[in-house]
Design a protein around this ligand. Structure first.
Ligand code: URP
Ligand code: ZN
Ligand code: ZN
Length: 466
């Protein structure tokens, strides 16, 4: 069994910061000891990684990705192969992707399809949530089976009528089932029925540019749906996790519910923290690059999101990575914003953007690790195997250079998409070395990873409630 020592870095977890050496045997962390102590100096190793001047952090856990997602007549451009490799380049060592149930088909069929897409193709570990497009007696029963085999969270949509949409009755029934079997309901909270009316009216008025995507998907309709989802969860007696929160008023709904002691949780994404409707309004159809749902909001919303992350009214930052190339994919919506495939690339950028938030004073270092590694792992039943550096944890470790400078660009990124949503943005901090279960998959500019190294990770139920 290979013994690796990571020597001399500042180990940062959600709980603490310490100057320590990390001993890894095979795939797991086995010990930490103060750098220079007799214990650490006594360790022998096959390989020593010098982390002097570096942070030693848990590999990122991105709990919201959509590799190869079919959407709007096309499919997300990253495969599990390209997307997991790009994730590793950005310091993320676990993704939780969304398997999709098609209307009329069993959950099992959707799950099998996603296993087939991912198995043998990932460079880092992966797990699945299940998108429920069709809540009925049979799929409710299937939920129990999926929970037993480690698919312990289920996404429902209050948006996209005719595609993924569930009405309130179906949502309530899924929540009741989740309350019984431990499955966590994840909610896309936007009032899709009302949005579709506004889309139709906008198009009829000749408003076809990408910026109208943001205008019709009104903040009020995110807040209303968030409120309704919280009330339905309260009636069902179930916890609730609201995905991709973008509006300040939706954060307020979550904060109010949490103030009442309700087990409701929220996730936001880098695009809502760093981008805004200014991007959606970029001329020459460039705004299409920023079309996602929930939509980008006016920049004034960002302060509420940062505050929510600091006060723990938002617990997780995931990417909702769902890339579509500008040429040939986003362009499907020229002349009709409602035909622009929804989604942004970002799986490679999350850890760096959030480190920049540390540099800019929005977050502490430990909070950075909490929202990007530990909290998603706990929320989705992967902790402490993932999300921390501790004896017994998987040796998913990133050696991070906090002073290196980089400029984000499509010219240098590894995601399979022809643009970057953060083109030209300067970042302080850069991933130097990445280990996935004890194997060095990235060292400086050298990719050492292997397709198929990544393993499916069955998950426990939400650990955030205990
Ligand atoms: O625009 C988005 N978010 N695309 C991916 C699907 C979803 O709703 O998460
Ligand atoms: Zn969604
Ligand atoms: Zn998504």
């Amino acid at each position: 069994m290979t013994r690796t020592v990571i020597h001399g870095g500042l180990v940062v977890t959600a709980a603490e910061e310490l100057r320590a050496d990390v001993l890894i045997e095979g795939e797991q962390v086995v010990a930490l000891a103060a750098t220079g102590s007799s214990v650490a100096d006594g360790w022998t190793a096959d390989r020593t990684i010098d982390a002097t001047g570096m942070y030693v952090i848990p590999g990122g856990v991105d709990a919201h990705t959509h590799m190869e997602l079919p959407f709007g007549g096309t499919a997300a451009s990253d495969t599990f192969e390209t997307g997991t490799r790009a994730a590793a380049w950005g310091g993320t060592t676990t993704i939780v992707d969304f398997a999709v149930q098609s209307v009329g088909a069993p959950l099992r069929a959707g799950l099998d399809t996603w296993h087939d897409k991912a198995e043998g193709r990932c460079s880092i570990d992966y797990a699945f949530h299940m998108i429920m497009s069709d809540v009925n007696e049979s799929t409710l029963k299937e939920m129990d089976l999926l929970v037993e085999e480690g698919i312990t969270s289920f996404k429902l949509f209050m948006a996209y009528p005719g595609v993924f949409y569930s009405d309130d009755g179906r949502i309530l029934r899924a929540m009741q089932r989740g309350a019984d079997n431990g499955g966590l309901i994840m909610m896309h909270a936007e009032n899709g029925i009302a949005i579709d009316v506004l889309v139709e009216q906008a198009l009829a008025a000749g408003k076809t540019d990408p910026r109208y995507h943001g205008e019709v998907r009104r903040e009020l309709l995110e807040a209303e749906a968030t409120h309704r989802a919280i009330k339905l969860a309260q009636v069902a007696g179930s916890p609730l996790y609201v995905v991709h929160v973008s509006a300040a008023s939706a954060v307020a709904e979550l904060a109010a519910a949490r103030g009442q002691g309700l087990p409701v949780f929220g996730e936001t994404c880098p695009q809502y923290l760093f981008l805004s409707t200014d991007n959606l309004a970029e001329p020459d159809f460039e705004g299409a690059k920023y079309v996602c749902s929930t939509p980008l909001r006016p920049r004034e919303h960002q302060a509420a999101l940062w505050r929510g992350l600091r006060t723990d009214d938002l617990q997780v930052v995931s990417t909702d990575h769902c890339p579509f190339c500008f040429v040939g994919q986003k362009e499907l919506g020229r002349g009709d914003f409602s035909k622009i495939p929804n989604g942004l690339p970002g799986v490679e950028n999350r850890m760096d953007l959030l480190h920049q938030a540390v540099v800019d004073g929005h977050l502490t270092r430990r909070r950075w690790i909490e929202i990007a590694c530990a909290a998603p792992a706990r929320m989705f039943g992967l902790y402490p195997r993932k999300g921390t550096i501790a004896p017994g944890a998987d040796a998913d470790v990133v050696v991070y250079d906090p002073t290196a400078r980089q400029t984000i660009s499509a010219a240098t990124h590894h995601m399979n998409v022809d643009y970057s949503a953060y083109e030209g943005r300067e970042i302080t901090g850069k991933v130097r070395t990445v280990l996935s279960r004890g194997t060095v998959v990235l060292d400086g500019d050298a990719w050492l990873g292997r397709v198929g190294h990544g393993r499916f990770q069955p998950r426990a139920t939400c650990q955030y409630l205990s």
